[in-house]
Ligand binder design. Structure first.
Ligand code: TYM
Length: 330
């Protein structure tokens, strides 16, 4: 049996990159035999970049409703909120003592911030809180606490999973075999979904196509995707097209081949955008409806999260006794 675990941070609007990079592969794994799924809301990770009481509160419900709208069956999945399992934070401290500072200096989110500060003549640690710096350690605790084998994520999270693996190896060497070594599970075609401007779609770039916006706004967003200035008749290269990259994540092989052919024959960007909108909208229509119902039923979400939180905590508590024992606190 393989334990599959992934988390989503309740910051910013969920976007189609989160869906195809993490939610969709995670949901499809639930059906497979021999898989034990654990999916969670990384609410304390959100604090590194968002410190607003009402927003955090609302966004936790949004992530919960999103998972359920895409078909997460709470009978089959251990589904919980990170902060309902305080043992994770205890483990995070222990792991941080086994993590070299140099490893975290190289972690990409922190490093990107430092590089940006340096490029703009600011103090390198300007705007860096310790939460951002320790982010990968808390993520390692999320993963290692549940003996995870596989972590379905987008490409931007591969480094974090590798750090978790490094930390687990170090712990195992120091205190004896304790943690399963996790591996990232990344789908080739959906590893990096580009955003409106062609860069990686990201909450922090402000270039996202939101997942649960209404039809009109979804269409507007898709029509805002940047293209070059080729005329409709000119042949176009599907390999060099944000529109095509997004389409590929939502279409079948045959549909993809068909659109590629039309690119080469010459098709206007307006028409491609309409095709893309129809395709994406078709896939999001039903989940959007369920999401809207769920987000208005907070009592139901509360009940589910409470139950999942208790189950996750039970597991973590038992494992924590073993970990404490290993380090000499018994
Ligand atoms: P978060 O909330 O930023 O993103 C959630 C998931 O969406 C994926 N993703 C993308 N995939 C493809 N293309 C994109 N443009 C794109 N943008 C985002 C991310 O790779 C991620 O899988 N650190 C995590 C949350 C986390 C976690 C964990 C994940 C905390 N603990 C333990 C796995 C295991 C994060 O920031 O996700």
């Amino acid at each position: 049996e393989k334990i599959v675990l992934t988390g989503i941070k309740p910051t910013g609007d969920l976007h189609i990159g989160n869906y195809v990079g993490a939610i969709r592969p995670a949901i499809s794994l639930i059906q497979e035999p021999g898989i034990l799924p654990r999916y969670f809301i990384a609410d304390y990770h959100a604090l590194t970049s968002m410190q607003n009481r009402e927003e955090l509160h609302d966004r936790i419900y949004q992530i919960a409703a999103a998972w359920l709208a895409f078909g997460l069956d709470p009978e089959k999945v251990l589904f919980y909120r990170q902060s309902d399992v305080p043992e994770i934070f205890e483990l995070s401290w222990i792991l941080s003592c086994l993590t070299s500072k140099g490893l975290l200096n190289r972690a990409h989110a922190y490093k990107a911030k430092v590089d940006d500060n340096l490029a703009n003549d600011r103090d390198p640690d300007n705007g860096v809180n310790m939460g951002l710096y320790n982010y990968p350690v808390l993520m390692a605790a999320d993963i290692l606490m549940f003996n995870t084998h596989l972590v379905p994520v987008g490409k931007d999270q591969i480094q974090h999973v590798e750090i978790a693996r490094d930390i687990a190896e170090h712990f195992n060497k120091t205190y004896g075999d304790t943690f399963t070594l996790p591996e990232a599970l990344v789908e080739e075609t959906t590893a990096v979904i580009p955003g409106l401007d062609g860069r990686k779609m990201s909450k922090s770039y402000g270039n996202v196509i939101p997942l649960f916006t209404d039809e009109k706004k979804l269409r507007k967003a898709i029509f805002r995707i940047k293209t070059d200035s080729k005329t409709p008749e000119e042949p176009k290269d599907p390999k060099d097209s944000t529109l095509f990259d997004i389409y590929r994540a939502f279409a079948t092989e045959a549909e993809i081949a068909d659109l590629a052919k039309r690119y080469e024959e010459g098709i206007g960007y307006g028409e491609i955008k309409q095709i893309l909108f129809d395709q994406v909208n078709e896939k999001l229509k039903e989940p959007r409806k369920i999401y809207t119902e769920l987000i208005n039923d907070k009592a139901q979400l509360d009940t589910l999260l409470k139950k999942g939180g208790e189950q996750a905590r039970e597991y973590a508590h038992r494992f924590m006794l073993e970990i404490r024992n290993k380090i000499g606190r018994y």
